[in-house]
Ligand binder design. Structure first.
Ligand code: AMP
Length: 418
């Protein structure tokens, strides 16, 4: 079925063509007609299914025939990176329209966001905390709001945003369309839906907790003290053009980044201890391919959409099995293929068994014949340094050179690429 058959405006259909969306994904085919009909919607869909366009296309369609100058759609999402991503997709889909989009997230100046809000940009993409800041200062006027979208609702609740969501909703008009998207549907989300949604239709795409097809998974048993060495070995010996590594803590993300950089690889880190500018530079550099490796905490495990990730490595075994599924969902996006490796110490085997039960699959164990599993562990804070080639030194230096952040990280924009 082509996008045209969904009843979307030709300017939006043209944008989907230019974005090389050949046909609607299942979530798009199901959700778009429901949203266009004005019904509330509760959708179970993981990132990677095309859910962003599933809500943006009908919302943009509804806006096209309406007067400008009032905020009519509000999208609330848990992290700045996700908000940025939604903003990017929105700008691309709205390319042939005059709809304006505003990004309201922490870590960027309040002033330009305030101006966007006051000007009544038609769509606001926000994270809960910063949106509430504006609401408390009485800057955000949502009298004309027609659609509220709660994206990654389960993640927002995991992050403790439930009180903020309630406060935000209390300041919005009672009559509106509400769309709730969540990767999982635990009771806390269905309860929230009962309060927020009126007579909703529900859509469920993809079996919960199933890794996307196209991902080859493997577990690498290794003593905890040799995990860094094993990861360095993999990087040196395997063809791994674009690697996302997950660590449990900010501290180990930092330490591992240092060790990988010392080995001569282009690497950036992404975690909550960094400023928004640093986070944007890390993401943009990784997207552009300036960094071969991005070391991230779980902050990045949901929703991040980087097309070319070839390998996702879990440096430790996550305690929550769903976190594993979300981590590895960062590769093999949009029908591509990718590898997902998990490094497992003896103490983590029980958690791995839980993950395997959760995904209904036993991961193959891989032991590398040319890796010395009996070697003495390197000193924790002094990763072994190898002599570096001039190129690798340059790569290394690049990692720490500050790059200009992406332009227009706040405020409002429209038709950016025209
Ligand atoms: P999302 O689930 O919204 O994060 O989207 C995942 C990826 O799928 C993004 O890279 C989108 O650009 C891509 N995508 C979304 N819709 C389509 C479509 N209809 N055809 C092909 N790719 C799509």
């Amino acid at each position: 079925m082509p996008f045209k058959a969904l009843g979307l405006h030709p300017s939006l259909v043209q944008a989907t063509r230019e974005m090389r969306y050949t046909e609607p994904t299942p979530i798009q085919a199901e959700a778009i007609p429901i949203i266009l009909s004005g019904r509330d919607l509760i959708a179970t869909a993981q990132t990677g299914t095309g859910k962003t366009a599933a809500f943006l296309l009908p919302v943009l369609n509804q806006l096209l025939g309406q007067p400008r100058g009032a905020t009519r759609a509000l999208i609330v999402t848990p992290t700045r990176e996700l908000a940025q991503q939604i903003d990017d997709v929105c700008l691309a889909l709205a390319y042939h329209t005059d709809v304006q989009v505003g990004l309201v997230v922490g870590g960027a100046s309040m002033g330009s966001q305030e101006r966007a809000i006051r000007a009544g940009v038609e769509i606001i993409v926000a994270t809960p905390g910063r949106l509430l800041d504006h609401m408390r200062l009485n800057q955000a006027r949502f009298d004309g709001l027609q659609t509220l979208i709660l994206d990654e609702a389960d993640r927002m609740l995991d992050m403790g945003f439930l009180p903020d969501i309630k406060r935000i909703v209390a300041r919005l008009p009672a009559r509106k369309q509400t769309l709730l998207f969540s990767a999982t549907m635990p009771p806390v989300i269905t309860n929230l839906a009962k309060v927020l949604l009126r007579n909703p239709r529900s859509v469920q795409i993809g079996r919960r907790s199933t890794p996307a097809v196209g991902i080859t998974q493997a577990a690498y048993p290794v003593p905890e003290s040799l995990k860094t060495a094993l990861l360095q070995h993999l990087l040196r010996h395997m063809d791994m053009p674009s690697v996302l590594v997950f660590t449990r803590t900010k501290h180990s993300a930092k330490r591992l980044t240092r060790a990988i950089a010392a080995d001569g690889f282009g690497v950036a880190e992404l975690h909550g201890n960094l400023s928004q500018g640093q986070r944007n530079r890390a993401m943009d550099g990784f997207r552009r391919g300036d960094f071969q490796v991005l070391v991230a905490t779980n902050l990045a495990s949901r929703g991040l959409d980087v097309e070319h990730i070839t390998h996702v490595i879990s440096f430790d075994v996550p305690d929550v099995p769903d976190d594993y599924v979300h981590r590895i969902g960062r590769t093999a996006r949009a029908k591509a293929e990718g590898d997902a490796f998990i490094l497992v110490s003896r103490a983590e085997e029980k958690s791995l068994a839980e993950i395997e039960r959760h995904i209904g699959q036993r991961l193959p164990r891989v032991t590398l014949p040319d890796f010395d599993y009996a070697q003495a562990a390197p000193q924790r804070d002094k990763p072994a340094r190898r002599p570096q080639s001039p190129q690798s030194r340059q790569r290394n230096a690049d990692t720490h050179t500050s790059r200009p952040g992406r332009p227009g990280n706040s405020g409002w924009r429209s038709r950016r690429r025209r």
